[in-house]
Design a protein around this ligand. Structure first.
Ligand code: ATP
Length: 514
């Protein structure tokens, strides 16, 4: 685990050193849980967004996009339940003065028990070798059963407390489990309190009587309040979806783990409107489609798992997270929720406008049911970054730091490098850049020895380096070096376009989703 934490620290500093992610307002010592994306980060982020957007809007003829405003009428947040119920239970440690989410402390405790079980399983697997039957071991081993029983009891008690919104019970669980503050090491806990996560601000001058507005904590409501506009103007027929990418804001209590939990972040959300009664069918369909989207990136199928929710939000009748194995454990990257007709019905009630769909096949009107897919751009970015980072041991004893980014997501697709800065090689290299730059993000670099330039491109994940040497001037061939294998092949300049396109185009990725 300690080793994993070291790796994570390295990834965070790599992200800064190579212009992916900077702490916000750094020259003023930063602003907690707010980050800026640098020159390479913004490209990677845009590519992730493009991959999602195209997968939604190009591959589904019944999904369209919108871009709604961040400011919305404050009653929207009353209707959605966010004013009354968008709370986290927080608890303070009196000695360290650190604040925690009570539910997260208990979830960490559950994860610790899981770790213990997994360690027992791993030990036994090693001992028994090929003959090991994991399922049987889990079902019969005394120590595992003991841990499992403890886990189940704790989980049951925790779920109950969360469902009942029982803050005293949450605190009691923390005390009974003897959970200590990781900073002070003590059990000197305060009461558990509810804390609303929405940021408030004022709209209009105070002299005229200003209005309190919220920075949206999710982009979904902008879709719901535009349901009628889009359905009517787009003449959409159910089932259909509306997609949106945009900023969301949450005053998170616990802001740790880099860009995993931010106060200002970006979401990619799609609300899919269906007939009442068909929502669970569509829920499974979207679970499958979304996992396929993730896996197509080739980061490793074993790094994903579903986590079905036991505790459902007040509006949901089914919910699952897609979790990704980060260096700090499996964590939610995307949520898929069957939100029933809760949101649209609430907006009907609060706005007094009829929000219904006339279904010509059924010859009846109804408030549509909704399946939501909601993914954080920043968490997706983090999962791509973490699983791409490698400190690779080379046969010659050196190490190189390389980002094995999925080629279509890489910030720079190819770098053109003249071997030396003379003899007409820079001019020739520039000619190649001037041709490729219309289709690919192309870098030109002439400073430093060629090996050093390759390493710099490896460190930002550039899939191809094109080296121009003296032979190029004679026969119009260049060396094409591939990032992961480091293999170099001699190719014709006229073939470059096709060779690069085959690997880096977004359409090659999208085609895997067919
Ligand atoms: P968590 O339990 O981690 O707080 P959540 O269940 O509240 O997340 P949702 O409300 O389902 O998250 O939001 C959908 C997605 O938005 C999440 O899967 C995540 O990728 C992203 N997200 C939510 N909160 C944050 C945040 N503070 N920083 C970055 N991304 C976030």
């Amino acid at each position: 685990m300690a080793q994993q934490e070291d790796v994570f620290k390295k990834i965070v500093s790599h992200a800064k050193e190579y212009g992916f992610v900077f702490p916000s307002s750094e020259i003023y010592d930063g602003l907690s849980a707010v980050y800026d994306y640098g020159q390479n980060g913004v490209e990677l982020k845009n590519n992730i967004k493009r991959y999602w957007w195209d997968a939604m809007t190009l591959l589904h003829e019944n999904i369209v996009g919108i871009d709604s405003a961040i400011f919305m009428h404050p009653t929207i947040w009353k209707a959605s339940g966010h004013v009354d119920a968008f709370n986290d239970p927080l608890i303070d440690n009196r000695d360290s003065k650190k604040r925690y989410r009570a539910d997260v402390l208990i979830e960490d405790q559950l994860a610790k028990i899981d770790d213990k079980i997994n360690k027992e399983v791993a030990k036994a697997a090693k001992r028994f070798g090929d003959a090991f039957d994991e399922a049987q071991f889990r079902a019969t081993n005394g120590r595992v059963l003991e841990y499992q029983a403890k886990r189940d009891a704790l989980h049951e008690r925790f779920s109950q407390a969360m469902n009942d919104n029982n803050l005293e019970e949450l605190r009691q669980i923390i005390l009974d489990e003897e959970i200590v503050c990781p900073i002070s090491g003590t059990k000197n806990w305060t009461e558990v309190r509810q804390f609303n996560l929405m940021f408030k601000t004022e709209m209009g001058s105070t002299a005229d009587g200003s209005m309190t507005v919220y920075l949206r904590p999710e982009t979904a409501q902008g879709i719901f309040v535009n349901y009628l506009n889009v359905q009517k103007t787009g003449r959409m027929r159910i089932p259909f979806g509306i997609a949106q990418i945009g900023k969301a804001f949450r005053n998170e209590i616990v802001a740790r783990q880099f860009i995993f939990r931010m106060r200002e972040f970006e979401q990619m959300e799609m609300q899919f409107f269906v007939r009442p009664g068909e929502e669970l069918k569509w829920f499974s369909q979207w679970k499958e489609w979304r996992l396929k989207w993730h896996k197509a990136l080739g980061l490793g199928d074993e790094k994903y798992r579903y986590h079905d929710h036991d505790k459902l939000a007040h509006y949901a009748n089914a919910a699952t997270d897609i979790e990704f194995r980060m260096p700090f454990g499996f964590k939610e990257v995307e949520g898929i929720h069957s939100r029933t007709n809760f949101d649209l019905s609430q907006h009907e009630k609060f706005s007094g406008k009829k929000i219904q769909y006339f279904d010509p096949e059924l010859n009846e009107s109804y408030v549509p049911y909704v399946i939501e897919t909601s993914i954080g751009v920043d968490r997706m970015f983090l999962s791509v970054l973490c699983s791409s980072y490698e400190e690779e041991q080379l046969p010659n004893g050196e190490t190189r730091t390389v980002l094995h980014l999925p080629a279509p997501l890489a910030p720079v697709k190819c770098a053109v490098l003249p071997l030396v800065r003379k003899d007409g090689l820079p001019e020739k290299a520039r000619e190649i850049v001037d041709d490729l730059k219309f289709d690919f993000a192309t870098h030109y670099e002439e400073k430093d020895a060629i090996g050093k330039r390759y390493r710099r491109q490896d460190a930002i994940g550039t899939p191809f380096c094109i080296t121009v040497d003296h032979q190029t001037l004679e026969d119009n061939t260049v060396t094409l070096r591939e990032r992961d294998s480091m293999q170099q092949t001699r190719v014709n300049i006229s073939d470059l376009h096709t060779l690069i396109h085959d690997r880096v185009s977004l359409s090659s990725l999208l085609r895997k989703l067919k």
